[in-house]
Ligand binder design. Structure first.
Ligand code: URA
Length: 440
């Protein structure tokens, strides 16, 4: 049906118009399935303007959406573009998603590890925006690594090698691409129904059977507290159920960056060290836990057996060998991976225990160093980033190395900004767990 305009209002069929829909959400009423469909279709086709959509998104941020509205929004976004048919991969296909964290390179470890356990990993991923890095950026920091893979080749690689990670094409959930870009510049990212529908529409469109979600909680994550994280987890599980997909959420700690590195090439190097059994404890532990849930789902076995298999494949180097094969088949050249940026040492001004790290600010600093994008058109300096020489619970002496920054830029006040991210006291506080809980 061709929309027509009356005083800037679009009128289609049943006399729906965007201004009434914004008004309805502004006063806290629920939107019908037809109204949500109307918004998604007409925003995607440019009949609803960015300013009208921003107003509606802000009304959703403030007044929320109930479960039914969120499921309807997810389904409308899911159907806004292509969906991938993975039925030519005979076995159960597992996907893994992280809600976004700092220093989160687990996918680089888990994907080959789970494949080494005999479970098919078919993952379409995105580039990072803001301070949370994207898996595709990390992979592209390996010279020549090819992330643009056609669907048939994607299926073939998953069948042959057991793992493929490629860039999610523009035609996959185009509604989310357009809405997310607007949310990013209008302060409307942080809304539980908008996050749930954004993540789940993409996961459902990419055709996997079962999904493990690493739901980050803490000062470097969208979810700052456990109560909100539980609501988001249950909502994503409900959306999965509604689409006959099993979803498991692992609530993990993001009150400090994961592992010891932030920034693309540095993170690839750390992922390789972890596959070689020499990685940091938190990164190794979280990777094993997420891989265990993926293997349990993929093989329909209990958690203990899955955990045993995962540790075996990590320890006997099968996961590392699978990683090398995966990089080779996607054309990457690990020999050419180099950190070319200059290093700047950050020394502690104080002695004591590190009790708190402002992860979000450290993430923003890594962006300023060149490791992330401010907007989708920014390019990334793959060798920029941060090595964290101290983490929460560590004791630091005055003038001891806190962190090393890597950058090709000259940036004022950066050292002081880094120092201000660390809270150092005479006494140590109790350490928080790495995993808060698993929700199924
Ligand atoms: N990740 C997404 O894909 N979407 C969101 O809205 C937030 C995190």
């Amino acid at each position: 049906m061709i929309p027509f305009f009356l005083n800037d209002r679009i009128i289609i069929g049943d006399n729906m118009n965007i201004i009434d829909i914004i008004d309805k959400k502004r006063i806290g009423n629920n939107l019908s399935k037809e109204e949500i469909q109307f918004v998604v279709d007409n925003y995607l086709n440019d009949f609803i303007s960015d300013c009208q959509m921003s107003a509606l998104l802000m009304a959703i941020c403030i007044n929320g959406m109930n479960e039914e509205e969120t499921i309807n929004l997810t389904n409308c976004m899911l159907n806004s573009g292509d969906t991938i048919d993975l039925s030519k991969i005979n076995e159960i296909k597992i996907d893994k998603h992280s809600t976004g964290g700092i220093g989160d390179k687990t996918t680089l470890i888990i994907a080959p590890l789970v494949a080494a356990c005999g479970v098919k990993v078919a993952k379409m991923s995105g580039r990072g925006l803001g301070y949370t890095g994207g898996t595709i950026d990390k992979l592209e920091s390996i010279p020549n690594f090819n992330v643009n893979i056609e669907n048939n080749d994607f299926i073939k690689q998953v069948n042959d090698l057991g793992v493929c990670i490629c860039y999610a094409k523009k035609t996959l959930v185009p509604a989310d691409k357009k809405i997310y870009a607007l949310r990013d510049v209008t302060g409307t990212v942080n809304s539980i129904p908008l996050i749930a529908s954004s993540i789940m529409s993409k996961k459902l469109a990419s055709g996997c059977d079962k999904i493990v979600i690493d739901l980050k909680v803490g000062n470097g994550a969208f979810m700052k507290n456990l109560d909100d994280a539980r609501i988001l987890a249950n909502l994503m599980i409900k959306i999965g159920e509604n689409n006959n997909k099993e979803v498991i959420c692992v609530l993990s700690n993001m009150n400090q960056p994961l592992g010891n590195t932030i920034g693309n090439s540095l993170e690839v190097k750390e992922a390789i060290e972890t596959l070689l059994g020499k990685g940091p404890k938190d990164l190794t532990e979280l990777s094993i836990i997420l891989a265990t849930h993926m293997v349990a789902l993929g093989k329909n076995i209990d958690i203990e057996s899955a955990n045993k298999l995962v540790k075996e494949k990590l320890n006997d180097m099968s996961a590392y060998k699978k990683f090398l094969e995966f990089v080779k088949i996607q054309n990457g050249d690990l020999n050419k991976c180099k950190i070319t940026a200059k290093g700047i040492q950050v020394l502690s001004c104080k002695e004591g225990y590190i009790n708190k790290i402002d992860s979000e600010t450290l993430g923003e600093i890594s962006m300023r160093l060149g490791a992330g994008r401010n907007n989708i058109y920014d390019s990334i300096d793959y060798s920029a980033g941060i090595i964290m020489n101290k983490k929460i619970g560590d004791y630091v002496k005055k003038n001891e190395l806190l962190a090393t920054l890597y950058t090709n830029k000259d940036i004022d006040n950066i050292i002081l900004d880094v120092i201000n991210c660390y809270e150092i006291d005479n006494e140590s506080k109790e350490l928080e767990p790495l995993i808060y809980e698993v929700i199924k």
